[in-house]
Design a protein around this ligand. Structure first.
Ligand code: MTE
Ligand code: CO
Length: 438
């Protein structure tokens, strides 16, 4: 409810209610003029009904007493009423928390930036705790001058700021054979999107001088898993970054403090955290993370390796199983995220009938290459059961496939790289469930 309809300062409650009606009518007119679905539902309590509401007529404690002063929290935390907005894990998914994953609460977020404390974590050997003054990054192999950088050295190279999504190749992996986990936090929460500050990797490579035969790069982490991945030199020189800040502050320990590699648009596993070594070579190294893991087992039993770019994908984040509709029928906002490792998102369509009919959603907020995009679909829910889906298209013309299209191409043995269309079944009481529509 807006303040206009509650304050009686400049007129009677009736006059205010009439004004509300007029503005609602003009709102309806403008949505219809835009070719929208027309929002006939109610949103907001009418002033007449609200007249006896003690939250309006009585002075509340937060108004009666002084609050805590400055410095109560030298590092600010979210409101106590947001305590459920947290990363969550699935206990049966992994045997041990040090080689495990938790998930971003996508259903509770909006916009395109993931708050630092809510970025999902994926570690293979727990979180390394490295004093920044003790960290070293080595570049060696097929280079003219092998070099070792301190954190201070790195910060003397030209800096850039870029917003990128990071998606684990295993995101939605449990959903290959059918609907399984009940909530977009679990089905799609291995993605985050932040603004990174760091230096383009090409500056460091140029400093060392890559020899002509140097066509590949091995990136290695300093954590207990010593994670290693081969990266083609072309990509390393194109847009990879060595970063030390996320959303303006130091990387969180979970995200690789003091320094990590950013490999825009490509699978999260390549974004080596706690980056300590870059070796230039003439061929890929065929490490564990690019052979037995993060490869796609096809229907004929052959494994496809080096699926680097994360393909176009989207999901409705709200409403969703963890975020049911509680307001009943009427004006309803559907929102979600879309992203593509190929660049920007050109269009997102939403279906409320399981993919029979599609409406174009409204993209809002910055449209940045290899970053998540926010979409909205405003509609008038009549209270009937619906099958909600979203389908994204990227700037290269790739369209997000249905899960059946994906299985026709790749079989059912896969775990990684599932970008299939997600369906939420909306029930009459506003609850939602993860289902599959074939
Ligand atoms: N780097 C190191 N050194 N150790 C790791 O375990 N996990 C990788 C990658 N980089 C990992 C790593 C995987 S599989 C993913 S999906 C991303 O980091 C996760 O990054 P995040 O924890 O910031 O979400
Ligand atoms: Co991963």
């Amino acid at each position: 409810m807006d303040s206009e309809s509650t304050s009686g300062r400049n007129g009677t409650a009736k006059a205010k209610a009439d004004q509300g009606g007029a503005s609602r009518r003009s709102f309806l007119k403008s949505t219809l003029a835009l070719g929208g679905a027309g929002l006939a539902g109610t949103a907001g309590i009418r002033a007449a009904q609200a007249a006896g509401d003690p939250l309006i007529t009585e002075i509340q404690d937060w108004n009666r007493y002084l609050g805590v002063g400055v410095d109560a929290a030298p590092y600010g935390m979210p409101s106590e009423f947001e305590k459920d907005v947290v990363r969550r894990s699935v206990p049966w998914l992994t045997a041990d928390a040090t080689s495990s994953v938790n998930f971003t609460p996508l259903h509770a977020l909006d916009g395109i930036i993931t708050p630092n404390g809510l970025c999902f974590e994926r570690h293979h050997g727990g979180v390394a705790v490295i004093p920044p003054q003790d960290h070293r990054l080595m570049i060696h192999g097929l280079v003219d001058k092998p070099l070792v950088f301190t954190m201070e050295d790195l910060q003397r190279f030209p800096r850039e700021n870029r917003v990128y999504f990071l998606e684990c190749a295993a995101n939605s992996g449990m959903e290959w054979r059918g609907a399984q986990l009940n909530g977009c936090q679990y089905t799609h929460g291995m993605v985050h999107c932040v603004m990174y500050t760091g230096t383009p990797l090409k500056h460091l490579l140029n400093e060392a001088g890559v020899k002509t035969a140097g066509k590949w790069l091995l990136a290695e982490g300093a954590d207990a898993s010593t994670m290693t991945r081969s990266i083609p030199m072309e990509k390393a020189l194109e847009d990879c970054m060595v970063v030390w800040k996320m959303n303006g502050e130091a990387l969180r320990p979970e995200q690789g403090y003091p320094v990590r590699l950013v490999v825009p648009g490509w699978e999260g596993n390549m974004w080596v955290k706690w980056l300590r070594r870059l070796e230039v070579g003439d061929a890929p190294w065929e490490q564990r993370e690019e052979t037995s893991k993060y490869t796609d087992l096809l229907a004929d039993g052959k494994a496809r390796k080096f699926t680097w770019a994360m393909e176009v994908k989207s999901v409705i984040t709200n409403p969703s199983p963890q975020a049911p509709i509680t307001h009943g029928r009427g004006r309803t906002v559907i929102t979600g995220l879309a992203w593509s490792g190929n660049g920007t998102i050109k269009r997102v369509d939403v279906s409320i009938d399981g993919g029979r009919n599609w409406q174009t959603a409204r993209l809002d907020g910055p449209s940045l290459p290899k970053a998540v995009h926010r979409f909205y679909y405003d509609f008038d829910w009549d209270g009937s059961e619906l099958y909600l889906q979203s389908r994204a298209m990227d700037e290269q013309g790739f369209v997000q496939p249905t899960k059946n299209e994906l299985r026709a191409a790749r079989g059912t043995n896969s775990i990684y790289h599932n970008n299939g269309i997600q369906t939420w079944y909306l029930k009459a009481d506003g609850a939602l469930e993860n289902v599959e529509v074939s």
